[in-house]
Design a protein around this ligand. Structure first.
Ligand SMILES: [Fe+2]
Length: 227
């Protein structure tokens, strides 16, 4: 037994506060979780577990502050504390925080694979587990400024990695995401284009209501950069 998806969803505001989650990072996770939630709400395929998907996506970047640059002194202090406690690798930091929270094994496994889609790409594409596929797809729909198409997001990332050795990986990852999108949306009553900021707004608000309440627009403006 461990912390369940229901607990995570209900207490996400408290979890974000406990781990000093930056406003833009919390908003990112809420947006990605809303993408997953909307897919689940329009699902017509094999059995999926909406609470697990939403919970995983709500916590999928809890340790991401470690890779930010150009933060103001307050958040830079939080970043250093986070690195001291959980290390400087963002995925490892997220996994360690999830372990500390005590999330259930199933949630931890989904989180771990979601955080390393490149490493698990063949398993994910060939898996019959649609919880896993939806978890892996969600992140590809959210840019720093909001929900976008998966291809816009991937082109954006490729552009940012231009000339670096890792550029090739992002180009290949674009094909993985494109295939994943086809697989997921072959079982939904909606098309990928239905998922927009405007259509996701109410879901984002209901997932993050408590935590979003204390946040002003000023807080939500991008501070620092993740890449
Ligand atoms: Fe993310």
């Amino acid at each position: 037994m461990g912390v369940t998806s229901g607990y995570i969803i209900k207490n996400i505001g408290e979890i974000y506060n406990r781990y000093n989650i930056m406003p833009q990072l919390g908003l990112h996770m809420l947006r990605v979780a809303a993408v997953g939630s909307m897919i689940c709400d329009n699902w017509m395929g094999p059995e999926i577990h909406k609470d697990d998907i939403v919970a995983v996506l709500l916590i999928h970047d809890l340790g991401n502050i470690v890779k930010f640059t150009n933060l103001d002194p307050y958040w830079e202090g939080i970043r250093k504390e986070t690195i001291d406690k959980y290390g400087s690798d963002d995925h490892e930091a997220t996994n360690k925080i999830a372990q500390e929270i005590g999330v259930e094994g199933r949630i931890y496994r989904l989180l771990e694979m979601q955080g390393n889609l490149w490493g698990y790409r063949d398993n994910v594409l060939h898996s019959k587990d649609y919880d896993l596929k939806i978890c892996c797809y969600g992140d590809s729909r959210v840019a720093p400024y909001g929900i976008v198409s998966a291809m816009e997001r991937m082109d954006n990332l490729i552009e940012r990695k231009k000339g670096l050795p890792v550029e090739k990986i992002f180009v290949a990852l674009k094909d993985v995401i494109s295939e994943l999108e086809k697989q997921v949306f072959s079982h939904t009553s909606i098309k990928p284009e239905y998922i927009t900021d405007a259509n996701a707004e109410s879901t984002i608000k209901s997932l993050g209501s408590e935590w979003l309440k204390g946040k002003t627009t000023e807080d939500n403006k991008a501070k620092g950069k993740s890449h």
